[in-house]
Design a protein around this ligand. Structure first.
Ligand code: FE
Ligand code: FE
Length: 390
């Protein structure tokens, strides 16, 4: 009797986290074979536009895993019509490998909601479970509790310690557009993606007309940020009209200002690294504040924006001494766009159309107060901005 692992997923695209997990589990569970199975359509999610076809996902996995003789990439779910359910795959493999132990692999979230899957009993009657986990404390307790419960019912559960690579496929697709995904992709896969123009990589995003730019930006943002960004653009246009600044620049800076906001601190640092940017101590300490810097870098290099737009994005969270009119407009628009609701926002909205420097100063002061309440440091740029206005 041999041991066969089953590792399913969307793999859109496969990244080094998937590949390390696959190679690692062959070793840690002593598998004779690991079947890596891209799914046709995951029952619970729709694929984003610009995604790879099922055949392309299969091909990328084959490229990434070609040096591993124990690992086989299987099209078993791709050949099936309609939605694919795990229990059907398990049944088909049970029929194909009647004498082997099958181990169905999954992440901790999936394991903890396993009872909600379609026909979990059918799965358990035919396969053991293997759970990838990081071994963190809180996680460990709930996983081990569940494992004990299932084992009491006579099922086999293996815990597989796994160095989880902190990147989601969604973030990876963003990094591809920003030209910074290389370190997360297995050898050969990045070339394949680029040569096939998948996920909008390798496209030319320079000087897009406004409607096209809006489509691209909306795709790269988190859903809950879209209204804020569109509101900021419209407010920036209104303020540009009022104060005689270039309306096109205002619109473009407004829509691009949070372009990298969806990425967490470590990814912000990766982007800076890939772009060869040297960071200040302050940025290293507060990587979340980096989205203004990385947004400016992306606006310049990927979207080909002019310097006025780029610096407006660069200083939209901190301000700086001696700001340009467009920089002030974006700073204030970001603060007061129609979706913002906080005490004092009405005052800011009034001031913005009568005294832009006054509005800027009020915004800076409110930020400083907020930071003080949180016990966080004020950036040197913000301090410089206020000194300049006083
Ligand atoms: Fe921002
Ligand atoms: Fe913003």
């Amino acid at each position: 009797m041999g041991r066969i692992g089953i590792y399913g997923g969307t793999f859109n695209p496969p990244h080094i986290g998937h590949i390390r997990a696959a190679k690692g589990v062959v070793r840690s569970l002593g598998l004779d074979k690991l079947l890596v199975i891209p799914d046709r359509i995951a029952p619970h999610k729709e694929l984003p536009a610009g995604s790879a076809s099922p055949e392309q996902r299969l091909e990328m996995l084959r490229i990434a895993l070609r040096d591993c003789s124990e690992i086989e990439v299987s099209d078993i779910e791709l050949r099936r019509e309609g939605k694919s359910f795990t229990y059907e795959t398990v049944l088909e493999l049970r029929w194909r490998y009647p004498d082997d132990e099958l181990i169905l692999l999954m992440g901790t979230d999936m394991f903890l909601t396993f009872h909600e899957w379609r026909n979990p009993d059918v799965i358990l009657a035919n396969a053991s479970l293997g759970v990838f986990y990081r071994g963190e404390k809180g996680e460990k307790t709930s996983i081990e509790q569940r494992k004990a419960e299932m084992e009491a019912q006579g099922h086999n559960v293996y815990l597989v310690r796994n160095e989880i690579v902190d990147i989601s496929s969604t973030d990876l697709r963003r990094m591809l557009v920003f030209g910074c995904a290389g370190s997360f992709l297995p050898d050969g896969v990045e070339d394949y993606i680029r040569n096939s123009g998948l996920y909008g990589s390798g496209a030319d995003y320079k000087n897009l007309p406004m409607d096209r730019l809006e489509q691209v930006v909306v795709r790269l943002l988190k859903k809950n940020r879209v209204n804020h960004v569109l509101g900021c653009r419209d407010t920036a246009i209104a303020l540009a009209k009022r104060w005689g600044s270039d309306e096109t620049d205002a619109a473009r800076a407004g829509i691009l200002h949070d372009i990298t906001k969806a990425m967490d601190g470590p990814l912000q640092l990766t982007l800076c690294d890939e772009y060869g940017t040297i960071l200040t101590d302050f940025s290293r300490k507060y990587p979340k504040t980096l989205h203004a810097l990385t947004g400016a870098l992306v606006a310049e290099r990927i979207f080909g924006e002019n310097e006025a737009v780029v610096t407006a994005i660069r200083y939209h969270t901190t301000g700086r001494a001696n700001m340009s009119l467009l920089e002030k407009i974006i700073y204030v628009a970001d603060y007061m766009e129609p979706n913002r609701a906080f005490p004092g926002v009405e005052k800011l909205r009034e001031l913005a159309f009568s005294d832009i420097d006054g509005a800027l100063k009020l915004g800076l002061e409110m930020t400083l107060e907020h930071l003080a309440r949180q016990g966080a440091e004020v950036s040197p740029e913000s301090r410089g901005a206020l000194e300049f206005l006083n």
